[in-house]
Design a binder for this molecule. Structure first.
Ligand code: FES
Length: 280
């Protein structure tokens, strides 16, 4: 670990003055795959916070790891819905093929395996995520292919053929008016149009309706790490739910899913990928 590099990351986030320390920790983790103790000491020293506070945040959120992780993280959901659909069998198959237990990393330092309680897409279980990308309805014969995809890199996503991403039609949970904008397409599908406000600015944002895609188009550039307030463009109600993002703790933004029924929730922090989908 290079201490200078950690200091640069903290400077890039202006010492956490604007968006707090979570974006700093996210950047460090994305560079080193975990949060080294020395890095946390530097964060405490440079941001003027106590080491206890920094550890508190780093150990509270499951997205952060204090132990070295492999390059890729495979998470298997063993929440109730996934468990009854065979999640345990899937976990055992991953353990058998990777020759590691949950919490361990393969010898080549490529893959860390973990089990989690709910990934927010219960109706599509068993759910497995690789570096935050969802695989739904996973069955044992698919395990080998998922491991192969994890090793060869998931960043090369083809939105036309990738079964991990799929379109949703959404509506305002207050007035039930559709939020789909059929005049503006993103990723080849009608976009989701809402209004947002942040840092005294107010304007439109269009989001990809593909669950698993994070493409976005907006009137104003929203800086990474900034928490944004979302509003329905029809009834102007604020789209704000009771829950917080499991990744960064920011408020979640709920929208009704049409057709399938259920709710999609996206994290209100720009750049955070802590989205969740609950179909009924
Ligand atoms: S129980 Fe697995 S996604 Fe909810």
């Amino acid at each position: 670990m290079n201490p200078e590099h950690i200091r640069e990351i903290i400077d890039h986030h202006e010492g956490g003055k604007k968006a707090g320390i979570i974006p700093i920790l996210e950047d460090i983790q994305s560079q080193y795959s975990y949060l080294p103790e020395e890095a946390l000491r530097i964060v405490a020293e440079k941001t003027g916070r106590s080491l206890v506070d920094i550890y508190g945040v780093a150990s509270f959120y499951k997205a952060f790891s204090l132990k070295p992780r492999g390059k890729h993280l495979i998470s298997i959901c063993l929440g109730t819905a996934c468990h009854v659909r065979g999640g345990l069998r899937i976990a055992e198959e991953f353990e058998r093929q990777l020759k590691i237990k949950p919490g361990e990393t393969t010898k080549d330092k490529e893959i860390t395996l973990e089990t989690v309680n709910c990934l927010g897409a219960c109706a599509l279980g068993p759910i497995v995520t690789v570096d935050g990308r969802y695989f739904s309805n996973v069955v044992s014969p698919k395990v080998r292919e998922i491991i192969h995809k994890a090793r060869t890199g998931l960043d090369r996503v083809d939105i036309k053929t990738d079964e991990r991403i799929f379109p949703v039609e959404v509506a305002c949970p207050r007035c039930n008016h559709s939020l789909m904008d059929r005049h503006h397409y993103i990723d080849g599908y009608p976009s989701i149009r809402v209004t947002v406000s942040f840092e005294f600015k107010h304007g439109w944002v269009r989001l990809s309706c593909l669950y698993g895609s994070y493409s976005v188009d907006s009137e104003y550039k929203i800086p990474d790490g900034v928490i944004t307030n979302f509003f329905c463009p029809h009834c102007h109600a604020e789209l704000i739910g009771a829950s917080e993002c499991m990744t960064c703790g920011a408020p979640m933004v709920p929208m009704l899913v049409r057709g399938e029924g259920g709710m999609i929730q996206i994290c209100s922090r720009r750049g955070c990928k802590g989205h969740r989908l609950d179909l009924t």
